[in-house]
Design a protein around this ligand. Sequence first.
Ligand code: ADP
Length: 553
Amino acid sequence: MTTEMSRRPALPSTMQDVPLLVRRLLENGMNLHGRSEVITATANNGTRTATYAQVGRNAARLAHALAGLGVQPGDRVATFMWNNQEHLEAYLAVPAMGAVIHPLNIRLFPEQLTYIANHAEDTVVIVDDSLLPVFAELLPDMRTVRHVVINGEAKSSVLPDGPAAVHDYGRLLEKRSETYGWPDLDENQAAGMCYTSGTTGNPKGVVYSHRSLYLHSLGISLPDLMGISSRDRLLAIVPQFHAQAWGLPYAAFLTGASLAMPDRFLAPAPLAEFIAASRPNKGAGVPTVWQGLANHVAQHPEADISSLQEAVVGGSSCPPSLMRTYEDELGIQLLHAWGMTEVSPLGALARIPEGAEGEDAWRYRLTQGRFPAPVEARLIGHDGTVLPWDGRSVGELEVRGPWITGSYYLDDDPEKFHDGWLRTGDVGTIAADGFLTLTDRVKDVIKSGGEWISSVELENHLMAHPGVAEACVVSVPDDKWGERPLAAVVLRPGSTASYGELRGFLAGKVAAWQLPERWALVEEVPKTSVGKFDKKTVRKQYADGELEVDVIT
Ligand code: ADP
């Protein structure tokens, strides 16, 4: 019977075979939601606003300009920009014309940036004028760049002479047609690329397709994920070079939600001013950004961020104390989410499931979230077996799905893939109802005498102490146990909490053998290019004897 059936040809569907293209997002945003707006922060707490109809017309003009510079289908057009209107125009125009948008992470080291631009073979770079001094140092080592387009005041004299021609964004778009014959494309062709920041080895490129961007935009807009609609105004604090601002620009054009883009004004004070002026109701950013904003508001009660109702927090584990502060003191729900550049990036988001209330609801909110249907997940144990979803078994998370990368660009890295699944390098548990709880990254777990200690759990408990502003726990070598935790702590102004007091605060919350013996006070925890705790640097500071460490037992 089964063989009989399998011999029959599959029944073709009657559905139209229409490709999923970024162009459709562009057309939808500019035509059906032409009055939605992108608001960009400017100097002295100012703002400038453009409608999606204007952005769409500018995208057409930019496409003509880029074609005039010789940009061909498949060519990589890089950006070296903050989040702003012109960056949004490039996000739309470049893929829609068949080329590939490649936002460069402006905060990486010069050698990483030139490695990435050369590896991606970027031909054009659009640069914000405020970043020209940094970019000028890099340009001589970018081997494939033929054109530089300056957004803002064109101070081209800052750039060194070389093979790249220099243009002014505004002038390049002048007198161009406001319509463009967007080509029909294959939905599986490249539309954009992002490099991971490469905490180990060289940065790795992820190439998104039109199809994956389209599906990711649809997916994250669902009510149980970011829940985005035309009635929303989204504050994109997460940079466009960090996993495409977590997909907000494309989701905004898909749904008609307006966008608030802070440009370079990301310090807590100007950010708070920008929120007051642009009045977004939803936002997205890493925990350190939300922490900085909460500290600012605590010291400046006149700061008005009351338009915000909910905000996605991800990229690293969000301390529960921060979520409670936002909820109890500011009336803003922080929604915990898990993602990776390789996952477009959204992989899970924690909304309270039906029926959960009070502390039970909090239990869900503190997890990394539930997987949406397009993200299939499994946990793999030490011995390579697939572990049950019982909320207890701890293993490495592997995922697969239509917006998850199947390889790295021109970089064979079999270690990161396993039978068609992406190995995330994240360790944790999954509960029976699909809620993920991460305990660590594989490389940050502390292996003490054959047992694992979660650095994140210790940090979360420490950051709940009223005297602690930041706490970063890393693994350091130990003669007896192999590895032990070191706690690097930033105290709040005026706090006199001693190491003994902090250790006592942890006691009872974690097993006694997990309590750190090594403690260091630091002025600030070093951060990565996207604002996460930089544990590699803290480990190095310890190894180089740069930390003043006290041992408490
Ligand atoms: P990078 O690898 O350069 O830090 P990514 O943003 O792609 O850039 O990092 C993805 C990683 O960030 C994940 O593999 C995970 O370790 C961590 N991460 C993301 N979201 C969370 C979260 N909510 N909780 C804990 N870790 C997270």
